[in-house]
Design a protein around this ligand. Structure first.
Ligand code: SF4
Length: 427
């Protein structure tokens, strides 16, 4: 079961996650005869599923929303030899043919994650004199890293982890909160599926922190990996190249004509966004270009802001288990010089996630480069300038830094007591 989770998870205890099924969506055979709707499945809380008949389905039909990650789209585009926009449009058609009502892009929710992370960093920077654990702030978007930190270093490391929700879970809050309100539906009448580059995102979605007790519903009901989407296409006998494109949905109801992304690499660009924001807010410096200095390897790099020889900010990215372990050791010895670290469990980050598609005939290096090239081909947007994001902050969240924004867009972590077991590995 653990084989396809990120390396960090594979190396920790292997048997104690209440994992939702790896194949948590059962691709259902669609009868393509005219007039027949797609088959419907019901997924129970324990992960079992069954097909419900049409009459029952009509009675209990939910609005089905699928949110696709930009990393998954890049992987599918590379595999199908299509552009990113085409891939998004054709995937929308395919999913809607299966009965999905709305298809969104988690680049939208990532704007909120980036903005909240930026603000959280500045708050922590101001608090560093009275709170020794305010810095370094460690990234929170990777569930592989979060599970490892909670289980292996618990209360020592948790205060350092940013409380900002990942793009997947912000999307969960937007879909079951804002979007449900717009549709005049209670959150449990929406079934929300995400398409993600790794299996670890299934664990994230299943955390009790993201379960709505009042409505007995999860913010994200089901996570499928990019590879599972490909399997679904294959099982349906559909080649994405042959599918007609459909207009892209947005949460505010306006059709999107183009896709955008965020600068700063395939794991979301947290380091760069926080760095630029902090340089401006804390020191009045406009950091036009960002220079990465590789340390031990390309998955451990540093970025520094200096003025007159004085180091003002020192950030790092640490990807993959080896570098994470190194970082944690530095922290434990009180020798971590960083203010912020973008921590990701997968070597090379999310574009190389365990749920991505393996390209036929390509070496893994070429394959990754191809996906990276595609991913970086989009216009990089600036979260502060996204009009729809501003509108939601203003009208739904009560403004920047409001209590409601803190409540909706942040989460918490829990140290896991380690039971001694033969499978435990001493770190
Ligand atoms: Fe998933 Fe990205 Fe973390 Fe890999 S680095 S486990 S793809 S979130």
């Amino acid at each position: 079961m653990a084989a396809r989770f990120s390396g960090v998870l594979q190396l920790t205890e292997l048997d104690d996650f209440i994992a939702p099924s790896q194949e948590c969506i059962k691709p259902v055979k669609v009868d393509k005869k005219a007039g027949k709707a797609a088959a419907r499945i019901r997924i129970e809380a324990d992960g079992s599923y069954f097909q419900v008949n049409q009459a029952a389905a009509a009675h209990e039909q939910k609005l089905v929303v699928v949110s696709v990650s930009p990393q998954s789209r890049a992987s599918l585009a590379a595999r199908c030899k299509l552009g990113l926009l085409e891939t998004a449009q054709k995937l929308t058609t395919f999913l809607k043919g299966l009965g999905v009502h709305h298809v969104f892009d988690t680049t939208f929710s990532r704007n909120f994650s980036l903005l909240e992370s930026q603000q959280e960093f500045v708050r922590r920077f101001h608090k560093q004199a009275e709170d020794k654990k305010a810095l370094p702030m460690l990234a929170s978007a990777c569930p592989g890293w979060i599970c490892y930190a909670e289980k292996t270093h618990g209360s020592f490391i948790i205060p350092h982890i940013s409380t900002t929700k990942s793009p997947q879970q912000v999307m969960g809050s937007l879909v079951k909160g804002y979007f449900a309100e717009q549709q005049h539906l209670p959150p449990d009448r929406i079934y929300h599926v995400t398409v993600m580059p790794c299996y670890d995102k299934k664990l994230e979605a299943s955390r009790p922190d993201f379960f709505n007790q009042e409505y007995q519903t999860r913010d994200v009901d089901c996570v499928i990996t990019t590879g599972e989407v490909l399997k679904l296409l294959e099982q349906e006998g559909v080649s994405l190249s042959d599918v007609d494109p459909a207009p892209l949905d947005t949460m505010l109801g306006r059709a999107a004509e183009e896709l955008s992304s965020h600068g700063g690499g395939g794991s979301g660009g947290y380091l760069e966004h926080i760095f630029r924001h902090a340089a401006r807010e804390l020191f009045g410096i406009h950091a036009a270009s960002i220079h990465y200095k590789p340390l031990k390897n390309k998955d451990f790099q540093e970025v520094t802001l200096e003025r007159d020889g004085e180091v003002l900010l020192q950030f790092a990215l640490a990807y993959g288990f080896r570098n994470i372990q190194n970082l944690v050791q530095k922290l434990k010895r009180g020798k971590c010089p960083y203010h912020y670290v973008e921590v990701m469990a997968c070597p090379s980050g999310c574009l190389n996630g365990g749920g991505q598609i393996k390209l036929e005939g390509e070496s893994s290096k070429e394959e990754l480069q191809q996906v990276e090239r595609l991913y970086e081909s989009l216009r990089a947007e600036i979260p502060e300038e996204n009009q729809a994001v501003r509108e939601l902050y203003e009208h739904w969240l009560g403004g920047w830094g409001s209590e409601r924004a803190l409540q909706v867009l942040h989460t918490q972590y829990h140290a896991v007591e380690r039971a001694s077991s033969a499978l435990s590995i001493k770190w």
